[in-house]
Structure formats: structure tokens, C-alpha cells
Design a protein around this ligand. Structure first.
Ligand code: UDP
Ligand code: MG
Length: 363
């Protein structure tokens, strides 16, 4: 394999792979170097063309690769085609779900299996063009963690698809600071550090760059070709599905926001607010005490007294909520051994660090 630009001096990257923080060298000779992840649900008429186009595109990159096809409980014989493809070429890896779990779990399964330094996601329906991959990969190698496709001439319905996605993109950008124009474009290139460190729930596969923003990512966008679906049907059509998908996306967004802001120090957020309200309550209470004791005013019909009591109670509640939050967060981080920080590189001559427990060797 040819040498990868910018990686001849192999840097040490620190990665948490679902567990303890492991350190390894950046590995330009990692085998396979690129993992392509494709979620597949009843796409029997697309698979042959998809695999042919993907393989051709990957050959053009000159990089070693694997195609991880995740069959999300297809009932149309999609898996038989994958089985045959695997028999012809072992670089085609087929994972078969027991039933239909959804696009997010399918992508998560692909991420879990991916071995490459780079992980590329693409839909199976050929709406995205595999021919865009070599350019995107080259861009990623320039030093990005995420290269996201942007469908400039999107071939989908305006009202039900394009408009809601505009609003969603804008919102996500405001919330997370990763202002992609097209979160919905499934053709994306990720560094393995990203995919190995995000946990996907609900409909979160769309928001990987947003979820990953907490890791501190370098991202960029590239215009990509978009085609109309020619075979098979979209899995997200119809009024009910569109509405339920929009709702799920909105709720997931709130989760993302919450995870991004409060996840490490809830006591600071709730506690700060609690101390403020409680303090105000105590101050008003003191003032009323002075009124009563010094000036002898009656307090029985003073709404201010109610306010003081309310503020103190709410303050205590908020502080306790913050403290409980601390326990929850600690359990959350420690149960996954999730570090509270993310390292991009370490330059150290420390043998113990360089010899990662993942089997990587010192160079
Ligand atoms: N998909 C999946 N599981 C599902 C729904 C969809 O794996 O439950 C796959 C589907 O086969 C396709 C991709 O996810 O490869 C995107 O689906 P689709 O093209 O129907 O969505 P759209 O492009 O209309 O948003
Ligand atoms: Mg599609």
C-alpha cells in the first residue's frame, strides 16, 4: 500500500474502545485501512449494483478495505446475495440481524465491527454515489475527523423531506456547534476515533458528528452527487412515519443537547441555580425578619413571605437534584469506563503508553 500523506511520522493516538483508555500509534498500515458500513433493509434489487460500484470506488482509492453489510432483518432475500458476495470476495462482510431493528442499530453494528483507520457510511439504495468516496477519503486524510457529504441537488420531495431537514440542520448546528448543512446525507467519512467513541441510540445515526462534537472533532463538508432511488422503496414514507420520525429526531436532539452540556457536572448546573434561588429566598426572609422584629410589621398577609419560602424550597430541591445527578453521571461514566476527556495525540517516549493493550507495537 502506498504511504499515507501526513502519517509517515506515526503519531500516538489515544483511544477508548468501549473500555479502558488504550494508546496506539496512528496506523497507516492498518489492515484493512478503510471500513465501509452499509445498512441494508430489503434492498435486493440494489445490492449487486451497490457492491460493484463500491468495490470499483474502493479499488480506485488504492487502499485496503472491507465492506461491512449489515442486513437489518430483510425478508426479500437480500442476505442470500450478501452470502454469495462474501463467498466471492471475503472483503465483503455480512452481518445479519435476527429482525428489523432500524437503521441506527444497523450502523452501530457496523461501527462495532469496523477495523479500519477510516470508517465510511453509505446507504444501500444508491442514492449516494460511491464514486464520491475517493475524493472524500483524500480530504479526510488531510487531517479531518469527519468529512460529511452535502447533497447539492437533492432528489427528494420538498415538503416532507427537504424542508424539515433544513430546520433540523440549522437547529443541530446551533446546539452543537457542528453546523453541517446536510446531517441527513448518509455518505460520511469518519476517523475510527469518532465511531469507536460515540454511543448510538434512537435515531442518532444522523447526528454522529453532533454527538461527536464533545470529543473535539475537525470536520468539513463536500458536495456530493445525489440520485433518485431507482429500485426498492424508501423506508420512511407516509404521513405517520414522517411525523413520528420528526418527533423522534426532535427528542434525540434534546438528549444530545443534554449529554453535551450537563453530562459531566450536573452539580454545577443545578447546584448553581439552586444556590441562586435559595440565596434569594434567604435574603428576602432575612429582610422580612428585620421588618417584623425591628419595625414590628405584621407578616401574615405578605405575599413576599410565600415567595421567600418557595425560593428556599426550590433552591434546596435544585441542589439535591444536582447532587443526585452527580451520582448518576458517575455511574454512567464509570460503568462504561468513559473518560471525561479525549486525547487527540500523545507525543511521549513512554514505553508503557506506546505499547497499547490492543496489540499495537512500538515503532
Ligand atoms: N434501512 C435499514 N433499516 C431500516 C430502514 C432503512 O437498514 O429499518 C437502510 C436502508 O436499506 C437504506 C438506508 O437504511 O440502505 C436508508 O434508508 P432509505 O433509503 O429508505 O431512507 P431515505 O433515503 O428515504 O431517508
Ligand atoms: Mg435513500
Amino acid at each position: 500500500m502506498s504511504e499515507t500523506p501526513g502519517q509517515s511520522i506515526a503519531p500516538v493516538r489515544a483511544v477508548a474502545i468501549n473500555g479502558p483508555l488504550l494508546h496506539r500509534r496512528g496506523q497507516p498500515d492498518r489492515e484493512p485501512y478503510v471500513s465501509v458500513v452499509v445498512p441494508i433493509f430489503n434492498e435486493v434489487d440494489n445490492i449487486e449494483a451497490l457492491l460493484a460500484e463500491l468495490m470499483a470506488a474502493m479499488e480506485r482509492t488504492g487502499r485496503s478495505h472491507e465492506l461491512i453489510c449489515v442486513d437489518d432483518g430483510s425478508t426479500d432475500g437480500s442476505f442470500e446475495l450478501l452470502r454469495a458476495a462474501h463467498a466471492r470476495d471475503p472483503r465483503v462482510i455480512a452481518v445479519r440481524f435476527r429482525r428489523n431493528f432500524g437503521q441506527t442499530p444497523a450502523i452501530a453494528a457496523g461501527f462495532d465491527r469496523a477495523r479500519g483507520e477510516w470508517v465510511i457510511t453509505i446507504d444501500a439504495d444508491l442514492q449516494n454515489d460511491p464514486a464520491d468516496i475517493p475524493r472524500m477519503l483524500a480530504r479526510a486524510e488531510e487531517g479531518y475527523d469527519v468529512v460529511s457529504g452535502r447533497r447539492v441537488q437533492r432528489k427528494d420531495a420538498l415538503l416532507s423531506r427537504k424542508l424539515p431537514s433544513r430546520v433540523a440542520n440549522w437547529l443541530i448546528g446551533r446546539i452543537t456547534g457542528v453546523a453541517l448543512h446536510d446531517y441527513g446525507c448518509s455518505l460520511k467519512v469518519y476517523h475510527r476515533d469518532v465511531v469507536k467513541n460515540v454511543k448510538l441510540y434512537g435515531e442518532l445515526h444522523r447526528f454522529v458528528p453532533a454527538v461527536a462534537s464533545s470529543l473535539g472533532i475537525r470536520w468539513t463538508e463536500m458536495a456530493v452527487n445525489h440520485r433518485a432511488r431507482t429500485a426498492g422503496v424508501s423506508k420512511y414514507t407516509g404521513f405517520f412515519r414522517t411525523v413520528s420520525r420528526t418527533m423522534k429526531v426532535a427528542l434525540d436532539l434534546m438528549t444530545v443537547r443534554f449529554l453535551l452540556t450537563y453530562s459531566t457536572r450536573p452539580a454545577h448546573v443545578f447546584g448553581g441555580l439552586g444556590v441562586l434561588t435559595g440565596g434569594l429566598g434567604v435574603a428576602i426572609g432575612l429582610y422580612l425578619t428585620v421588618e417584623k422584629l425591628v419595625w414590628g410589621h405584621e407578616l401574615a398577609d405578605r405575599p413576599l413571605l410565600m415567595l421567600a419560602v418557595l425560593l428556599v424550597v426550590v433552591g434546596v430541591q435544585l441542589v439535591s437534584l444536582g447532587l443526585i445527578g452527580e451520582f448518576v453521571v458517575r455511574t454512567y461514566h464509570e460503568s462504561q469506563r468513559k473518560p471525561i476527556y479525549m486525547v487527540r495525540e500523545v507525543l511521549a517516549d513512554d514505553d508503557a503508553l506506546a505499547d497499547g493493550a490492543d496489540g499495537s507495537q512500538r515503532v
